[in-house]
Design a protein around this ligand. Structure first.
Ligand code: FAD
Ligand code: NDP
Length: 622
């Protein structure tokens, strides 16, 4: 009895202290559904798997006494008993889950101590800069530290203030995507009467030079913005010494330490972002490069093998092919994990059939060898894949190329900054679990790509950073809403998405609640060139090169849960619709909207066919 009492006390304490607590069983399908839902809602629960603990049955009894519920999942938010999977789904669907999480305002930090700064921000990328500049504008004394460790490849690439997005992410990527689109359009232009020469070459060096010059301007602008907003910027590496103290180490070009000082801050923000991961295979670091090197590569990459199948891999594959290089992508499992898989497969189809990119499925690299040195040299990639004659058998294959680009994900830069000395908890990958941006140490916050279970996107990091500054220094309470964030994959045919993938919506709400409206369309700008290209390639005109779908909740007035479009300019299309979806748009709202003709975007105002009906969606006339 005594030990049950002790356990009951511990459970009650846990319920009171842990923001989102999920008692579950690893084999329970309702628990699985709840975990998926919380992931979709960008909520990181603390999960207690009762079937994996000796005291699980006893805990379940205690929970039954406390809540009257003896089944799992059993969920608590900020100490309040929420119920099980149906209850949490209902809270999510009605927006109350968000409110419940937002309700809990950040406890104000109380201390009579004096600090050198009101705020120290470690990391000057999207999130760090967003937060530091806003805090500076609000009158806080702010120190911003930013330091870029050279890339591990032989190129040792480094860059200026602004973080991943500006230097080795969104900006150079989108500009190279632009170069790719121009290439496609030159090809189409003859059909519109332009006397374009038959063969148009592309000069890698000119593109890189101009993009890098533009980026240098952005680095300069970031430094100016920091000064203008009264932020003290230091090109130094930050390490935690204790919960309020940061060691700032400056280094020269050769990496040698040139300065070392220690400062204290009332609040600390960790916004150190991530860096590309290398696989542990022979030759990877010696001969492979990553996106950190690609955008400033001083020589044309030549025939390229891209390893990975998500955002970075597919986007890079797209612009490399369009700017004139032979491209093979080694796909370990699926394309674009986390995205709607029907859309991902359509992209794969398009890349293969329309762009001529070689996608090799179920292929994992084993070693990289150099055949000859040079810029670029010649490399040999050995990879393991399925035997085409026997899918249960694995075979090794080789492919020769000039460049190997690893795009297999990114690791958070949290491992060598001594977070343990500040008491900040990370998961095994180095990601930081937070409630919104607050870590387990109440005056230490985290932003951007290092957050566990949050989207790794620039506008997300900036938005969260700005709101955090207002909560810390402007008595604001508004938290960043991480749900229904629009995003776009800039593959040669862009893919825009908001909300849930169709399969996630079905898993969370149940098949019977989901209605999918969809349509296929031909962008007018493509109609002439693609018709001819299709004739040459022998594809039927109905080939689904553009596709749109709305995933709706039948049980809630066909409210839109997921928006997906594969189209030219999908990024521009999707951003606009994101406002409607954020406001809770239903299918009827789309139907009541009059389209702009002739655009790609108008398809969403006329989607009339449900997937379930199996009616042909081949496009007709106006
Ligand atoms: P970062 O921008 O990475 O900034 C972190 C900064 O902290 C870096 O400058 C780093 O060097 C520095 N730092 C690290 N450790 C320390 C330390 N100890 N001390 C001091 N400084 C330190 N997102 C989009 O929204 N749209 C896109 O189109 C897009 N395209 C992308 C394309 C590529 C190839 C990649 C890789 C990413 C892309 N992203 C895109 C994602 C986007 O770039 C990131 O989500 C965003 O930059 C994250 O911001 P952050 O502040 O978390 O980190
Ligand atoms: P992701 O983590 O999204 O994807 C990693 C990919 O690499 C997956 O396809 C994965 O396959 C594969 N992979 C992982 N390990 C191996 C391995 N050892 N061998 C072979 N393949 C492997 O990483 P990304 O770098 O593409 O993107 C990082 C983040 O950057 C994204 O989450 C996104 O938020 C952001 N980003 C945003 C962009 C935009 O907004 N347009 C563009 C680019 C990036 P598997 O599925 O089998 O695990």
């Amino acid at each position: 009895m005594a030990s049950a009492g002790t356990l009951a006390d511990r459970i009650q304490k846990e319920i009171k202290e842990v923001p989102v607590l999920l008692y579950a069983k690893s084999t329970c399908k309702f628990c699985e559904r709840t975990k998926k839902l919380l992931k979709i809602a960008n909520v990181t629960p603390h999960v207690v798997e009762l079937d994996k603990r000796d005291d699980g049955p006893e805990i379940q009894k205690i929970l039954a006494n406390l809540t009257g519920r003896n089944t799992v999942p059993n969920i608590f938010i900020w100490g309040e008993s929420i119920g099980g999977s149906e209850e949490i789904l209902s809270l999510y669907s009605t927006g109350i889950l968000k409110q419940k999480l937002l309700q809990h305002s950040v406890p104000a930090f109380q201390s009579g101590d004096k600090f050198d700064y009101d705020l120290i921000v470690i990391g000057g990328g999207s999130g760090g800069l967003g937060c530091a500049k806003e805090a500076g504008k609000l009158g806080a004394s702010v120190l911003l530290l930013d330091y870029v460790t050279p890339s591990p490849s032989s190129l040792k690439t480094q860059w200026g203030l602004g973080g991943t997005c500006v230097n080795v992410g969104c900006i150079p990527k989108k500009l190279m995507h632009r170069a790719a689109i121009l290439g496609h359009e030159f090809n189409d232009s003859k059909l519109f009467g332009w006397k374009t020469p038959d063969s148009i070459g592309h000069e890698w060096g000119t593109m890189v030079h101009n993009i890098q010059n533009y980026i240098k301007g952005l680095n300069f602008q970031s430094t100016k913005d920091a000064i203008r907003t009264f932020v003290e910027y230091s090109n130094a590496q930050g390490h935690m010494v204790d919960p309020h103290t940061v060691q700032c180490i400056s280094r020269g070009k050769d990496g040698a330490v040139t300065g070392d000082k220690t400062v204290t801050g009332k609040y600390i923000v960790i916004a150190t972002g991530g860096r590309p991961t290398y696989p542990s295979i022979p030759g990877a670091v010696e001969y492979g490069i990553t996106s950190d090197d690609l955008f400033s590569l001083p020589y044309a990459p030549g025939k390229t093998v891209v390893i990975g199948a998500s955002y970075v891999a597919l986007e890079c594959a797209g612009f490399l092919k369009a700017t004139g290089f032979d491209v093979t992508v080694l796909v370990r499992s699926i394309l674009l994990r986390g995205f709607d898989q029907q859309m991902a497969e359509l992209i794969g189809d398009y890349m293969t059939n329309m762009n001529g990119i070689n996608l090799i499925r179920k292929a994992v690299p084993i070693k990289i060898e150099q055949i000859s040195a040079g810029n670029p040299g010649i490399l040999r990639v050995t990879y393991e894949t399925m035997d085409p004659t026997d899918p249960d058998k694995k075979v090794q294959q080789v492919i020769e190329c000039n460049t190997v680009l690893f795009a297999i994900g990114r690791s958070p830069c949290t491992k060598d900054i001594s977070l343990d000395k500040a008491g900040v908890v990370t998961d095994s990958t180095g990601k930081i679990p937070t409630i919104y941006e607050q870590t387990n140490v109440t005056h230490i916050y985290a932003l951007g790509d290092i957050l566990k279970d949050k989207l790794e996107l620039t506008p997300v990091a900036i938005h969260a950073g700005r709101l955090l500054a207002h909560r810390l220094f402007n008595n604001a309470t508004l938290q960043c809403d991480y749900t229904n964030v629009a995003t776009t994959v800039f593959t040669s045919r862009e893919y825009g998405a908001i909300g849930l993938a169709e399969e996630d919506a079905r898993a969370v709400y149940g098949d019977d609640k989901i209605e999918v409206f969809h349509g296929q369309f031909v962008p007018l700008e493509d109609a002439i060139p693609k018709t001819q290209e299709f004739e040459v390639k022998g594809y039927p005109f109905e080939y689904p090169w553009c596709y749109a779908k709305l995933v709706c909740n039948k049980a809630d007035n066909n409210r839109i849960l997921g928006f997906h479009v594969l189209s030219p300019n999908a990024g521009e299309i999707t951003q606009g619709y994101a406002v409607g979806i954020k406001m809770g748009a239903t299918k009827a709202d789309m139907d009541a909207t009059i389209g702009i003709h002739p655009t790609c975007s108008e398809i969403f105002t006329t989607l009339a066919i449900t997937k379930e009906s199996n009616i042909d969606i081949t496009p007709g006339g106006c």
